[in-house]
Design a protein around this ligand. Structure first.
Ligand code: GLA
Length: 389
C-alpha cells in the first residue's frame, strides 16, 4: 500500500513523534477543450485515480522541511515561513511554498511550519498536471492541519493564483479546478468565464481511456505557453475593435468567420480561430456524450488535435506521431494531445478489445520514429483531494 510506504519514509526522515496525516490529490486529463480556459471558453477534464500522495505534520517552529520521494537525490530541503520567495534553484518545492504564500495573500497566514513528504505516481512534467496536483494537495493539507475554512473551489483558485504569481506561469483555471472538484466516474464541463460547472457521467461502454506519454519533458515556464496567451490577447484586442466581446470564447464560428479578418496578424488570427472553434467543439462534444453518441465525441477529439497541430501549433513530432499512429488502429474512437502540449501526453478512447493492440502498435511505431519509448496508462476517473484513511 502506498499509504504505508509514504508513512514509513516520512517517519524515517522526520521521526515518529506527533500526529501525521496522509493525503491524496489526483492528476487530471482533459478530454476536450484545450487552450480555451484563458480565453473564457469551456473545458471538459476529469480527475484521475493516480496523483500525488503527501504525508504532513505541523511543527512548533516556523521551519518548512520538504522531501519528495520522486526527487530523493535532492534530500530534505529546509526553508522558513519567513522566507517565502520563488527560487529557481528550489525546483518542485516552489509549488508547496507558493501555495503557503498564496494562503497568506488571501488572508490565511500560516504561522507554524511543517514537515511534508510527497510521492507522485503520475509522471512529472507529462501534461497530467503533476504541479497542479501538488498545489491542490498542499492547500488541502494546510486546510486540514491548521483548520482554515476554505472550499475545494477556493483551493483551485488559490492554486492557480500561486502558479500565476509565485511560479510565473499564466495558466488558466482548468487543471486546479479539475483536481480540486474531481468526481469518480464523471468529467467536469466547466465554463471558465463564469466558473459554472456540471458533472457529466462518462459511461464508456466497452471502452477505456488510454493515456500515451511521449516522455518528452516539458516545463510550462520555459515553454511557449505564455507566448500563446499573449497572442490570444492581441487577437482579442484587434477583433474587439469590430465586435463587442469580453473573450474569444464569446464568439460563435460564424461570428469568427465574419469578423476574424480584423485580426491583422496571420499567426494571431490562427490562434484565435483555434480558441473559438475548440470552444464550440467542446460544447458539441458534451452534447454528443449526453446523446450517447461516443462516435461523434471521438471525431471532435480528432478535430481538436488537428486544430492544435495546425492552427495553435503546440503539438510537435512526438505528440503528432502518437496521435496519428493511434488513428490508424481499429477500435480507436478518438485521440488527441491533452494539456498544454509541446510534449507530454495524448488521450485516446479505445475499445476494450483494441487496447492491447493499441499499446503494441502505437508503442512500436513511436519508438521506431522517435528513438525512445512511450509509456501507456489505462486510467480511471477518480475523486478530488482527500485524507487517506
Ligand atoms: C495547461 C494549463 C491549463 C490549460 C492547458 C491547455 O495545462 O495549466 O490552464 O490552459 O494547459 O488547455
Amino acid at each position: 500500500m502506498i499509504k504505508e510506504k509514504v508513512l514509513a519514509k516520512f517517519n524515517e526522515l522526520f521521526g515518529e513523534e506527533g500526529e501525521t496525516g496522509v493525503y491524496f490529490a489526483p492528476g487530471r486529463v482533459n478530454l476536450i477543450g484545450e487552450h480555451t480556459d484563458y480565453n473564457g471558453g469551456h473545458v471538459f477534464p476529469c480527475a484521475l485515480t493516480i496523483g500525488t500522495y503527501g504525508a504532513a505534520r505541523r511543527r512548533s517552529d516556523r521551519k518548512l522541511r520538504f522531501y519528495s520521494m520522486n526527487f530523493g537525490h535532492l534530500g530534505v530541503t529546509e526553508s522558513s515561513l519567513d522566507d517565502l520567495k520563488p527560487d529557481k534553484e528550489a525546483g518542485w518545492t516552489n509549488y508547496p511554498k507558493g501555495v503557503i504564500w498564496a494562503f497568506g495573500e488571501k488572508g490565511m497566514k500560516v504561522e507554524q511550519g511543517m514537515d511534508l513528504l510527497l510521492f507522485g505516481n503520475i509522471p512529472n512534467g507529462s501534461g497530467l498536471s503533476s504541479s497542479a496536483s501538488v498545489e491542490v494537495l498542499t492547500g488541502f493539507i494546510l486546510k486540514d492541519l491548521f483548520g482554515f475554512e476554505v472550499s475545494n473551489q477556493e483551493l483551485a483558485q488559490i492554486g492557480q493564483f500561486s502558479e500565476n504569481r509565485f511560479n510565473g506561469v499564466n495558466c488558466g483555471i482548468m487543471d486546479q479546478f479539475a483536481i480540486a472538484m474531481g468526481k469518480a466516474g464523471h468529467a467536469i464541463f466547466l465554463d471558465t468565464a463564469t466558473l459554472k460547472y456540471e458533472y457529466a457521467p462518462l459511461k464508456l461502454e466497452n471502452a477505456k481511456i488510454v493515456i500515451s506519454c511521449s516522455n518528452k519533458k516539458r516545463g510550462l515556464g520555459d515553454s511557449k505557453y505564455n507566448e500563446r496567451r499573449s497572442e490570444c490577447e492581441s487577437a482579442l484586442a484587434q477583433i474587439g475593435e469590430v465586435v463587442g466581446i469580453n473573450a474569444l470564447g464569446d464568439l460563435t464560428e460564424e461570428q469568427f468567420e465574419q469578423y476574424g479578418r480584423a485580426i491583422r496578424d496571420d499567426v494571431c488570427r490562427r490562434r484565435a480561430k483555434h480558441a473559438v472553434y475548440e470552444n464550440q467543439r467542446t460544447v458539441k462534444a458534451v452534447e454528443a456524450l449526453k446523446n450517447n453518441d461516443v462516435k461523434l465525441f471521438g471525431e471532435l477529439m480528432n478535430a481538436s488535435h488537428v486544430s492544435l497541430r495546425d492552427d495553435y501549433e503546440v503539438t510537435g513530432i512526438e505528440l503528432d506521431t502518437l496521435v496519428e499512429e493511434a488513428w490508424k488502429v481499429e477500435g480507436v474512437i478518438g485521440s488527441r494531445m491533452t494539456g498544454a502540449g509541446f510534449g507530454g501526453c495524448t488521450v485516446s478512447l479505445v475499445k476494450d478489445e483494441a487496447v492491447d493492440t493499441f499499446i503494441e502498435k502505437v508503442g512500436a511505431a513511436y519508438e521506431e520514429k522517435i528513438g525512445y519509448a512511450a509509456d501507456f496508462y489505462v486510467v480511471e476517473i477518480g475523486d478530488g483531494p482527500a485524507r487517506v484513511q
